[in-house]
Structures are given as C-alpha cells and as structure tokens.
Design a protein around this ligand. Structure first.
Ligand SMILES: Nc1ncnc2c1ncn2[C@@H]1O[C@H](COP(=O)(O)OP(=O)(O)OP(=O)(O)O)[C@@H](O)[C@H]1O
Ligand SMILES: [Mg+2]
Length: 267
C-alpha cells in the first residue's frame, strides 16, 4: 500500500493579482512523516507555496494538499493540524511581552476560551525553550533579545504548540552558524522523537542537509526534488544559483558553494 501523503501538488500555479507568476506548474508528492526543506533564491516562491498550502492564498490552477486535505476546500482541517511560523516580520519586535508569554501563546492559541495557562502548559513551554537553549531567558522582555535569540524563541513557541506538522518560513534567518545548528538539531530531534513532520523554508541548504530527508528546490517552478544528496548536484543547483555554483565534499558531506547574488548571471 502507498504510504500516506504529507505534502503534494498537482500542476500548481499561483499568480498574484499584480500579474506576478510566483509558482508555475508544480507537481510533486512527499510521504509522511518527513522533514522537508524548501530552498531557492529570493522571490522563488517559497513563502507563496507555504501560504497556498495553508489556504491563505488560492491556486490560480491546480491543487496543493497537506495530509491529503485540499488547501481550498479543507483549509480548516489543515489549520487544525499545522503550526505555522511565518517569515519574520517586524511587528513581532515591538510586542511588549516576556519570552514565557510568547512561548505560552503557542499553547493557548488552539485552546477554546477561557484560555488559562495550566501547569502542563508551563512545563511544555519551558521544555521547548530548553531545546533551543533559551530556558534561562524565560522572564526576559522579548523585544530586548537579539535577532537570533528571538528566532530561537519563535521556534520554541512552535515546538510547544500542538499539531502534526510544523511549518516554518526561514527560521534560520539572521542567526549565526551556532544558532542555526542548534535550531536544526532541535527540530530534527523533535521530528524523530514525536513523529511530527516539518516543512521549513531555508535560504541555504548547507546547515540543514544532514537533518532533512527531502528537499524541494524552487525557482518559481520545481527545479529539483529528492534527498539532500540528490539535490546537492552541481548541474541542478547551477540552474538556480548560476554557473559558478560548485559542490565541495568535506568529511563525507557535500556542501554547496554559491554566489547567491549572482543569480542568472552568466560569467
Ligand atoms: N503579495 C504579493 N503581491 C504580489 N506579488 C507578490 C506578493 N508576494 C510575493 N509576490 C511575488 O511572488 C514571487 C514569489 O514571492 P515569495 O515571497 O513566495 O518568494 P520567496 O521565495 O519566499 O522569497 P524570499 O526568499 O525573499 O522570502 C516574487 O516575485 C514576489 O515578488
Ligand atoms: Mg519568503
């Protein structure tokens, strides 16, 4: 029997009202459970794919499904199963809340009112902060944290909430190599131990490729799909990041060297 589907698209095309063609004719199928990375340069449609899968945007053509649920007809069911962390927006920076409140919010949002904090909520929130080494910041005001610390707290909020799928849009943005490794390791461990699937958008495959199981490489169309090793292929990556892209092997792993700013350049 076929394994149950986690994330699939059929001839998915998304065009914004401005005429911008963000995604064109994507077809793929990834089984559950999985830890998926979506990569591609700026403007390649990564955030659009997440928003469309969640039912926040409508496909212009075709379909996208999570757990077999159609993004248009069954978006309520999808939202019950998914914890979504949008791409960092500046609004979050000014919320006068403490770290604990941010993480507890992840637990309370899916509860019916009155949304009271239980002892278990506190335990889960603290454990989630421990996973990203932020437990000692429990009482700190959120706006007083550094960008990288805030990212870790937002990941902890997602880890503390409930749902069968974590969807994170660039959780590694603005974090240093050590934080990136910590976040990805925490997500990988969480995925393995809890049977929770993860879809994360990331700008760079290098920090994640030892943890993720499937990679989708986008440039408004689907350029590559497979294991990190399948996609870590110079010919595939050159289609997206330009002809100067190289793969280097070090200590049994493949790394991709791109001139990210050199998109479409033919030098
Ligand atoms: N609200 C919008 N209205 C019109 N066009 C949009 C809108 N949002 C995104 N686009 C366009 O759709 C394309 C894909 O954008 P998207 O945000 O999905 O890219 P991305 O891969 O997430 O990029 P980034 O790495 O910069 O986050 C881009 O060309 C972008 O300009
Ligand atoms: Mg984006």
């Amino acid at each position: 029997m076929e394994a149950p589907s986690l994330f699939e698209a059929e001839h998915l095309t998304v065009r914004y009202p401005t005429g911008e063609l963000a995604l064109f004719d994507l077809t793929f199928r990834i089984e559950q459970p999985s830890f998926i990375a979506i990569i591609g340069p700026n403007g390649s449609g990564k955030s659009t794919l997440l928003k469309t899968a969640l039912g926040l945007l409508r496909p212009t053509r075709g379909h996208v499904r999570l757990f077999g649920y159609d993004s248009v007809r069954e978006s309520k069911k999808i939202r019950r199963l998914v914890r979504y962390v949008p791409q960092r927006d500046r609004l979050e920076l000014n919320i006068p809340m403490r770290v604990k409140d941010i993480v507890l919010m992840g637990r309370l949002l899916k509860k019916p009112p009155p949304r009271l904090v239980s002892r278990r909520d506190r335990e889960v929130a603290l454990e989630a902060l421990r996973m990203v080494h932020m437990a000692e910041l429990w009482d700190r005001p959120f706006p007083a944290l550094s960008g990288g610390q805030r990212q870790r707290v937002l990941v902890a909020r997602a880890l503390a909430s409930e749902g069968s799928l974590l969807m994170l849009d660039e959780p590694l943005a603005g974090t240093d190599a050590e934080s990136q490794d910590l976040i990805v390791r925490a997500l990988g461990k969480y995925h393995k131990e809890n049977d929770v699937s993860i879809i994360m958008v990331t700008h760079d495959l290098n920090p994640v490729h030892t943890y993720v199981e499937r990679v989708l490489l986008l440039k408004n169309r689907l350029v590559g799909i497979g294991t990190p090793c399948d996609v870590m292929d110079a010919e595939i990556l050159q289609q997206v990041y330009g002809p100067s892209t190289r793969i280097v092997e070090y200590a049994g792993h493949r790394y991709c060297v791109t001139k990210d700013s050199g998109l479409d350049r033919h030098d």
